[in-house]
Design a protein around this ligand. Structure first.
Ligand code: ZN
Length: 191
C-alpha cells in the first residue's frame, strides 16, 4: 500500500516536468506568434518559409543527444536525404528546435522566479527561430568557433528583444529584463 502511494506521487511529480495536455496548446500558440514576429522582422515571404526546414519538438520526442541541462532549448542540425535511390540524391538541411521541458518547467515552477510559461516560450521560440533564419538566410555558420557563436548569441538576443519589445506586451517585460545581460554590448565590439 505504501509502495503504491509512493509510486503515484513520483509519477505525478514527473509528469509536471514534461509538456502535455494544455501545455501543448500554449506551445502551439507560441510557435504561431513567433513565426509572425520573425516573418515581419526578417521580411520573409511565404516561398522563403517553404525553403526553410525546421521543426519544434518537446522532450518526449527527443533523442538523448538532443537533451541538455544547460539551456531552455537547443538547435540540432540534420542533413536529410530524399529518395535514396534517385540519382543524385536530393538533400536538405533540417533544423530541429529541441525544447527542454524540464528546464523550462523548473524555471516556471520556481517560486523565486516570476516568469510565466507563455512569455518564456514566446521568447525561447522567437529566439530559436531567429537563429534558424540567420543560419539559412544569412549563412551564419552553425559550426562556428566558440567566440563567433558567443557574439552571434548576443546578436540574436538583441534581435529577439527588439522584435518582442515592439509588441508592447507587458507580460513579456520580466523575460525581456531577465535576458538583458545576454544582449549585444560593448564587450563584443572588442572582438
Ligand atoms: Zn541562442
Amino acid at each position: 500500500m505504501i509502495k503504491s502511494i509512493t509510486f503515484k506521487r513520483i509519477m505525478e511529480k514527473r509528469s509536471l516536468l514534461h509538456f502535455s495536455g494544455s501545455y501543448l496548446h500554449i506551445i502551439e500558440e507560441a510557435i504561431d506568434f513567433a513565426q509572425e514576429v520573425v516573418t515581419d522582422y526578417f521580411k520573409m515571404s511565404t516561398s522563403e518559409w517553404k525553403g526553410y526546414r525546421y521543426e519544434v519538438k518537446t522532450q518526449k520526442f527527443l533523442d538523448d543527444i538532443e537533451i541538455t541541462d544547460r539551456a531552455f532549448a537547443q538547435i540540432c542540425k540534420y542533413e536529410c536525404i530524399k529518395g535514396k535511390n534517385s540519382s543524385p540524391p536530393l538533400s536538405f538541411d533540417l533544423y530541429r528546435i529541441c525544447l527542454q521541458d524540464k528546464n523550462i518547467l523548473r524555471a516556471v515552477h520556481n517560486p523565486l522566479n516570476k516568469v510565466k510559461l507563455k512569455p518564456l516560450l514566446l521568447y525561447i521560440i522567437t529566439h530559436e527561430l531567429s537563429h534558424v533564419i540567420r543560419f539559412s538566410k544569412y549563412y551564419k555558420d552553425f559550426f562556428a568557433p566558440p567566440w563567433e557563436k558567443e557574439s552571434e548569441e548576443a546578436k540574436v538576443h538583441s534581435i529577439t528583444y527588439e522584435m518582442l519589445r515592439s509588441k508592447g506586451d507587458q507580460s513579456l517585460d520580466y523575460v525581456l529584463d531577465y535576458y538583458r545581460l545576454h544582449r549585444w554590448n560593448d564587450k563584443y565590439f572588442t572582438l
